[in-house]
Design a protein around this ligand. Structure first.
Ligand SMILES: *Cc1c(COP(=O)(O)O)cnc(C)c1O
Length: 423
């Protein structure tokens, strides 16, 4: 099941009015849906002694969304300076923020440890020597290598650039202790868009076994484990939703057993992005051209600048045509943007009802890794973002890019380096 019936029933009857007022294309997010999913998540982990979600900001880095997450009591998972600034602008402070970066620069570490700091999640043992100082609380991202298989999107851990290898893990914590670390966490992220909850259950077990092992070796206790993001959503009709209740139950039993054995229990952190907002956004775009050559093409007024996932991963995004939801899908179309790139297609050979110029297409499940990933190739601009509020109003939460935004980096002070001519 893509987009929920509830979102559909609240959005579709008003969509012509919204299109007339704001113009296409736009992403629109469902505040009600995001709040409901947040409650479902909290409910699923209610048996866990201490649970906290750190929303993965990169999924939908919009202040209006971050405010909802903050209101639910969530922290933020950041991986860049821009994401840190956005999170701190909501009032998130110190341990409300987890900084999980990769190939991190000195500037980023300085920013992460400044302004009240954050929970630093280090991606490699070599990064310890790059920190301006060792914070009291430190976490490492673990890469199990050949011990786990990974899933198709994130790939095989042996080939993944993330995390500390198994053999270096003890040394990483030992070195952190030598540099003054006193409190510890352990993180991993092994899957992306995974629909089978058992994989995450295995991850929970793996983390707790590692905590046991490292604790014994180094005589330390762990304050938290972080199972990362990667909980999937059903993009295709017929996909089964992720069983979040089953995950919560299983992990709570694992933590219980750990508590009985060791007399304490680490906190459980999650940093879901896609699961929280993915299903609660759609890209609304208008059919502007029909072309009938070897295939039938519907050209729309959005392109990869609004949504890259189909183009770069061949990802499926379900499409509805407003007012034609009950018509039979009798025609095979490629639904395309206007980039000079043949992979600028939202759907390939997709059976849809007959579409004419002016029809409104709803491209679903764009609430995570949608707008955020858009790029400006060909000078195509990113669209606006709207929020369907719980009170039924629709609010602009980001304007569309303009041509002057796009050309803004062409305004600068002249700067010419005349290179020495001798060698
Ligand atoms: C991308 C990412 C997430 C969020 O992943 P989702 O698949 O959106 O849940 C969480 N943690 C880290 C470190 C990430 O890179």
């Amino acid at each position: 099941m893509p987009m929920s019936t509830s979102f559909k029933e609240r959005l579709f009857p008003k969509l012509n009015q919204i299109v007339n007022h704001f113009g296409t294309p736009f992403h629109i997010y469902d505040e009600t849906g995001i709040i409901n999913t947040s409650r479902t998540l909290l409910n699923a982990f209610s048996e866990v002694p201490y649970f906290r979600e750190y929303y993965a900001v990169k999924a939908l880095p919009n202040p209006a969304i971050l405010e909802i997450m903050k209101g639910m009591g969530f922290g933020f998972d950041c991986s860049s300076i821009a994401e840190l600034i956005l999170s701190r602008n909501t009032g998130a402070f110190g341990e409300d923020i987890m900084f999980t970066s990769n190939n991190t620069s000195a500037d980023e570490f300085a920013m992460a440890l400044g302004y009240g700091g954050c929970i630093l999640n280090l991606d490699d043992i070599s990064l310890i020597s790059k920190l301006p100082y060792m914070p009291e609380l430190i976490c490492f991202r673990y890469n199990p290598g050949a011990k786990r298989s990974g899933n198709t999107i994130i790939g095989n851990p042996v080939e993944a650039k993330y995390g500390v290898s198994h053999d270096q893990l003890i040394d990483a914590y030992r070195l952190a202790i030598q540099h003054g670390a006193k409190r510890f966490g352990l993180h991993t992220m092994l899957v992306s868009n995974e629909l089978n909850y058992q994989y995450m259950v295995d991850t929970g077990q793996m983390l707790l076994e590692l905590v046991e092992y490292i604790s014994q070796e180094l005589h330390i206790q762990f304050e938290f484990i972080n199972m990362g993001g990667g909980i999937g959503i059903p993009y295709k009709p017929g996909d089964n939703p992720f069983d979040i209740m089953a995950l919560g139950n299983a992990v709570s039993k694992q933590l219980d057993a750990f508590q009985k054995k060791h007399g304490y229990c680490p906190k459980l952190f999650l940093e879901s992005g896609r699961y929280m907002t993915g299903p609660h956004g759609v890209l609304v775009t208008q059919a502007i051209n029909y072309k009938n050559i070897y295939r039938k093409y519907i050209g729309v007024d959005a392109c990869m600048s609004s949504l890259m996932r189909p183009g770069i991963y061949g990802a499926y995004h379900h499409i509805s045509v407003l007012g034609k939801e009950d018509q039979p899908n009798t025609i095979l179309y490629d639904v395309t943007g206007s980039l000079c790139e043949n992979n600028d297609k939202f759907a390939i050979q997709r059976p849809l009802p007959e579409i004419i110029d002016g029809d409104i297409l709803i491209i679903q499940d764009t609430g995570a890794h949608g707008h955020a990933m858009g790029f400006n190739y060909n000078g195509r601009l990113r669209p606006k973002e709207l929020m369907l509020k719980t009170n039924g109003a629709v609010e602009l939460v980001r304007r569309e890019e303009t041509i002057s935004d796009h050309f803004s980096t062409l305004h600068f002070e002249p700067n010419i380096l005349n290179l020495d001519s001798h060698d």
